[in-house]
Design a protein around this ligand. Structure first.
Ligand SMILES: [Zn+2]
Length: 125
């Protein structure tokens, strides 16, 4: 008999599973086999993560939105608090804009999977 799992029930659980990159349907399985490659199915509960091509484009929007929100907010804060030169500002924020989306990439996909689970629910084949 297959074990029953309870998926995410709240945005807090979506956030928690998303940041840990674990399956939102069972809260146990690892969603990624490498840093950038998402598993097709959960290794624990067997749900299929991506049913249609392009289903995870929203994850890209989440990533871009958060990156630019943090960049603009961070720029305005550091510009008002510190007396950084233009060169320092460019170096800091160009580095941030290059590295943060890479770090956040799998997390944005896991967050979107959590959103899918909260909405219609992920399910096995
Ligand atoms: Zn799972």
């Amino acid at each position: 008999m297959k074990e029953e799992y309870q998926g995410v029930q709240s945005f807090a659980e979506v956030f928690s599973c998303g940041m840990k990159r674990i399956c939102p349907a069972c809260k146990h399985g690892k969603m990624f086999r490498t840093y950038f490659k998402m598993n097709d199915h959960c290794p624990v509960c067997g749900v299929k993560y991506e049913r249609e091509a392009g289903e995870y484009i929203v994850a890209m929007y989440i990533n871009i939105f958060l990156t630019e929100f943090l960049f603009i907010t961070g720029y305005l804060l550091t510009n008002s608090v510190f007396a950084w030169s233009t060169g320092t500002q460019v170096a800091v924020w160009a580095t941030f804009n290059a590295l943060f989306p890479i770090w956040f990439y799998p997390r944005s996909k896991a967050l979107w999977a959590g959103g899918l689970q909260l909405g219609s629910g992920l399910y096995p084949d």
